[in-house]
Design a protein around this ligand. Structure first.
Ligand code: UDX
Length: 441
């Protein structure tokens, strides 16, 4: 193959939610550093801004999508299903226009779309372009979703009333239990099954790439490869390969100054991701746990994450006093910088896949508080599953916490070694579609 770089364009289609935007933009950066031009085709809802960090990217918007109130009324699962329905035609139109402009621009090598933006498959089929599915979660969760897509909701709900069924191992994915399957709290079981089966049934891509690494889940990756019968490439963790600041919310950087004043490995960092909701009683219970642990804490509470409250007004006054003594609360943090900070000794997390990878990548042990979906899958493998004061103390104060941090550092090293042998290199076979696309060596 000619070694000369032929600059080609790759089109990315992200799901408009933080946990999906972050890794696909990191992928964009990694591909750009390989010499590709990047076009991001996104919905009007939750657009990534074409800030300085992405000044070399082209951004196109699919007209006429949904709003926050649609999300509130429909719930996230139906919202995604509806988004797919209404975007199909407008995306095809937008994509067709992009192709017409190709005369003066690089031609399109392939389209990489988030597995939940399956509406885009119709356009690639029509225009006969190679497409790649990008899964922002891991192979284990992918296998589970494929299995769930074939379930009968009524039967599963009846079966799951039996605690023995709930706790029994899911075949072939030990230590996963039936109760860990990625059903979602953002809709009914039927909604989950509908969304997963829509994604499965429209799958036409010739390749699947996953933001995961074989050192983390080699047997699930092999199983997925067998089941899908198309090449499956683990290309993660992408946050190690490329930094791509794509926060949809404003980061409060004052927490870094506060962390600077804390002792090494003394702070527990708490965040439940970009979507997680908690009941008021859950927030009060977390506050009690933090209070009784006697440890410093940095807590991200997103406005609106406790339905019925604006923000933290329902926390008791004595807790506010405690916050001024040894805590810090923000609406949104620069999470990767926080996890990298020497003062952070543990991460009380909802176990979203990005948070899990970022935590492993920084060698920070986790206290797992999964809320929904793939978080239950991730939590089963990731770490301590009980929350509250005792676990916080064990993690930060006790000798056992030191051991947990050591184990976390070992895993970090393992992961870094696997990345050294190449996240970007893992992309090479993906991008050598039909031998037509040439990469920078
Ligand atoms: C969702 C799902 O919940 C998750 O399980 C799935 O794997 C991806 O989509 P989310 O809940 O937002 O994502 O969690 P997560 O995957 O952890 O992604 C959150 C991202 O927001 C992370 O990259 C994290 O660094 C970032 N974040 C979070 C911040 O930058 N600041 C914060 O204060 C909290």
């Amino acid at each position: 193959m000619d070694e000369k770089l032929v600059k080609r364009r790759i089109v990315l289609v992200p799901v408009p939610a933080q946990g999906h935007v972050t890794p696909i933009m990191q992928l964009g950066k990694a591909l750009h550093s390989k010499g590709f031009s990047i076009t991001v085709i996104q919905t009007q809802y939750n657009r990534v801004s074409s800030s300085q960090d992405f000044s070399d990217f082209q951004f196109l918007t699919i007209p006429g999508t949904l709003t926050d109130s649609d999300l509130n009324n429909l719930g996230a699962l139906r919202f995604l299903i509806k988004l797919n329905q209404i975007c199909e035609a407008s995306f095809k139109h937008c994509f067709g226009q992009l192709l017409q402009e190709q005369v003066s621009r690089d031609d399109i090598a392939c389209v990489i779309y988030d597995e939940y933006m399956y509406f885009s498959a119709a356009a690639f089929k029509e225009f006969q372009l190679p497409s790649v599915i990008f899964s922002t979660t891991n192979a284990t969760a992918f296998v589970c979703r494929s299995a769930l897509s074939k379930f009968n909701a009524d039967k599963f709900l009846i079966d799951m009333k039996d605690p023995e069924v709930q706790n029994s191992l899911f075949p072939g994915l030990d230590p996963l239990r039936y109760k860990d399957l990625p059903t979602s709290a953002f809709g009914t079981l039927d909604d989950s099954i509908n969304l997963y089966s829509e994604a499965v049934n429209t799958r036409t891509a010739s390749t699947v790439i996953i933001n995961s690494a074989s050192c983390l889940e080699s047997s699930s990756l092999s199983r997925l490869q067998r089941e899908l019968q198309v090449p499956v490439y683990p290309i993660g963790p992408l946050h190690i390969a490329a930094s791509a600041p794509s926060s949809l919310l404003v980061e409060d950087r004052s927490c870094i100054e506060w962390l600077d004043k804390q002792k090494p490995s003394s702070v527990v960092y708490i965040s439940l991701g970009s979507l997680g909701l908690m009941e008021n009683k859950d927030m009060l219970e977390m506050a009690r746990g933090l209070s009784n642990s006697n440890q410093p804490f940095l807590w991200v509470i997103r406005p609106g994450s406790v339905p019925g409250s604006e923000w933290t007004e329902s926390l008791p006054e004595e807790f506010s006093k405690l916050v001024s003594e040894r805590g810090y609360i923000v609406k949104w943090a620069p999470q990767m910088e926080v996890l990298r900070h020497r003062a952070v000794g543990g991460f009380w997390s909802h176990c979203g896949w990005n948070s899990t990878l970022e935590s492993i990548g920084e060698g920070v042990p986790m206290i797992c508080r999964p809320i929904t979906g793939d978080q239950k899958v991730n939590a089963r493998r990731a770490g301590e599953r009980n929350c509250g004061e005792r676990v916080v103390k064990r993690l930060i104060v006790d000798e056992e916490g030191e051991d947990m941090r050591k184990r976390a550092m070992d895993l970090k090293e393992k992961l870094e070694a696997s990345v050294r042998s190449g996240v970007l290199d893992a992309l090479n076979p993906v991008l050598t579609i039909d031998g037509k696309i040439k990469l920078v060596s």
